[in-house]
Design a protein around this ligand. Structure first.
Ligand SMILES: [Zn+2]
Length: 180
């Protein structure tokens, strides 16, 4: 019986730790940043490759005036939403995830970025010349854009292909249809 009382007192002390006057019982957070509870209205779908993470955020801010983004990052980026290159299950999974964000977070702008030297494409197409891989990546960007447009007709789309020259990264705009 005394053990039960002891346990509940100790739990109570921990609970009080989160309330005013009890903060000293919990370690203070080491890192604090501003938080905006409102969801961004732009979604960027791109490769997990960390060489591009910050650059895609900068692109969204500078070229499209989106300072905050929802992101869907996975090796291969937009290519995984295209049945031309993604496997059926992978494609379905990624499309569901994209639709979840677009619908649930009221996304109005979708940014699709492919990049040169992508390991996901190299694994699938490493034996093809770089130009052929690039053509496939551009075709996948357009295919994914077409899917987004059909499924979510009110979204605005921006397609880019990133390539580097020495220590500079260039984002080339890709038109959603080849003839545009
Ligand atoms: Zn990649």
């Amino acid at each position: 019986m005394s053990e039960v009382v002891k346990l509940s007192q100790s739990t109570g002390a921990r609970e009080r730790g989160g309330k005013p006057g009890g903060e000293a019982l919990l370690p203070r957070p080491q890192h604090e940043f501003p938080f905006n509870a409102q969801h961004p209205n732009a979604l960027a779908i791109y490769c997990s490759d960390g060489r591009f993470t910050r650059a895609v955020e900068m692109l969204a801010e500078e070229a499209l005036e989106h300072t905050r983004l929802d992101t869907l990052t996975i090796p291969g980026g937009p290519g995984t939403l295209s049945l031309q290159s993604g496997g059926y299950q992978e494609c379905e999974h990624m499309r569901r995830a994209a639709s979840f964000l677009i619908t649930g977070h009221h996304i109005e702008t979708v940014i699709l970025v492919a990049h040169e030297g992508c390991g996901w494409y190299r694994e699938k197409m490493g034996f093809y010349p770089p130009d052929t891989v690039r053509e496939r990546q551009v075709a996948d960007l357009r295919d994914t854009a077409q899917w987004v447009q059909q499924k979510h007709p009110n979204t605005e789309l921006h397609l880019f292909y990133a390539h580097s020259e020495e220590d500079t990264l260039h984002f080339e705009r890709i038109h959603a249809s080849p003839g545009a």
